[in-house]
Design a protein around this ligand. Sequence first.
Ligand SMILES: Cc1cc2nc3c(=O)[nH]c(=O)nc-3n(C[C@H](O)[C@H](O)[C@H](O)COP(=O)(O)OP(=O)(O)OC[C@H]3O[C@@H](n4cnc5c(N)ncnc54)[C@H](O)[C@@H]3O)c2cc1C
Length: 399
Amino acid sequence: MSTTHVPLLVIGGGIGGLGSALALARAGRTVHLVEQAPAFTEIGAGLQIGPNATRAFDRLGLLAELSDIAVHPRSAVVNDAHTGERLTTLDFGPKFLARYGYPYLVAHRSDILNILLQACKREPLITLENNRTVVNVEESSKYALVTFADGTVYTADIVVGADGIKSRVRQLLDKSEPVFSGHVAHRGAIDIADVATEVNHDDVVLWMGPGIHLMQYPVRRGELYNQVAVYESPRYSAGRDDWGHQDEFDEMFAPACAEVRNAIAKIDMSRAWPVFDRDPLDTWSTEHTVLIGDAAHAMLQYLGQGACQALEDALGLARALGGFPDDPARAFKTYESARIPITSKCQTVARPWGRTWHTDDPALLALRNRVFRMRAADDYSDLDWLYAERPEDVAPLTV
Ligand SMILES: Cc1cc2nc3c(=O)[nH]c(=O)nc-3n(C[C@H](O)[C@H](O)[C@H](O)COP(=O)(O)OP(=O)(O)OC[C@H]3O[C@@H](n4cnc5c(N)ncnc54)[C@H](O)[C@@H]3O)c2cc1C
C-alpha cells in the first residue's frame, strides 16, 4: 500500500478540525485534513457561542459571516421547570459587550460548520479529504505514521488529533473511556412558524428542574427554533435497551409546568444522545502529535463551551507553532500550558454545574433558586474566567 508524506495532518473535520486547519493555514502552514464521513456535516441543532468564541471567529476573519446567519439574543433567562418561575436573567446588552468586547451569539451547528468549511475551501494552503477513516496512529522518532481503513498510510511531521470524544489519536496518550454523565439528550431545530406564538423569540431560555432541563433559542436569523431536552436516564445507566424511548422521556418531564410540556411535545424523538465527557489530561501531546477540541477535553454541555474551547485551541495551537516553527514539541508544550488549565476547569466545573441544574435535593434547590433570584442581570463576575480576553489571546497568528 502507498505511503504519502504531508507536513501537517489534521484528523477530523468537525468545528475543532476545520477551525484548526484554518488557523494553521492563516499562520502560513500547509495543512492536509482528513475526515471519515463522506461529507462535512454536523448532526444536532444549535450551539451557543460565547464571546470567547466570537472573538476567535473575529481572529479568523469570519465574525461578520457568523453574525449574519446567527441570532443575537437579548439575554439568557433561567426558569424553574416545575413552577415556571423566572429565577434569573443574564443580560447580553451593551454592558456585556463593553466588558468582553464581543457578543454572545446562537447559531445552527451546520451554519457554523459551513462557514468554517467554505473558508477552508478558499484557503490555498488547505487540502480536504473525505471518506478517510484513521484506524491507527503511531510515532517514530522522525514522524507520525497514520494508517487508514483502506490500508494506505500517511506520514506527517505534525498530526493534530481533532477526532472528537472517541478519539483514535488520543489513544497514543490515554486509553481511558469517555465517562457517562447519567444524562440523555433529545435535540433538534424546527421551523419557527411551528412555534411562533408559543415561544420567546428574543432570549436563550433555560428551564431547570429535578432530573431534567430544557434549553431553547432561535437560530438561523430566527428562521428555526432550537430545543434541547435533557433528562437523567436510569435505563441507560442500567444498560437497558429501552433508554431514550418516549415513555421514559414523558415520565421524566411529567412534573414540568405546562410551558415546558407543550414545548417538548415538539421535540424530535427519533434520535437520542447519551451525554459523555472525559477526565482532564495532564498532557495532550507526544513528539509529533497533539490533540484539540473534544479529543483533548470533552466536557459536559452545561457551560456551552465545548466547541468554543475547540476554537480557542485552534488559535492557541497556531500561535504556539508560529512561535516555534521548527520545534513542534516545544510549541505543543506552550500550547498546552496556555490551554490545559482553562479547559480542565471547564471539564471539572461543568459536572457539578449540571448537577445543580438537575438537583432534587430540597435544600440545594431552595438555595440555588434563592441565589439566582438575588443576582443582578448585569452581574458578570462569575463569567470573566471564561469570556474575558487573556494575554495569550492577543498575539498574532504568524510563522
Ligand atoms: C447536548 C449538547 C449541547 C452542546 N452545546 C454546546 C454549546 O452550546 N456550545 C459549545 O461550544 N459546545 C456545545 N457542545 C459541545 C460541542 O458540540 C463539542 O464540544 C464540539 O462539537 C466538539 O468539536 P470537535 O471538532 O472537537 O469534535 P467533533 O465535532 O466530534 O468532530 C470530530 C470529527 O472527527 C471525525 N472523526 C472521528 N474519528 C475519526 C477517524 N478515526 N478518522 C477520521 N475522522 C474521524 C468525526 O467524523 C467528526 O467529524 C454541546 C454538546 C452536546 C452533547
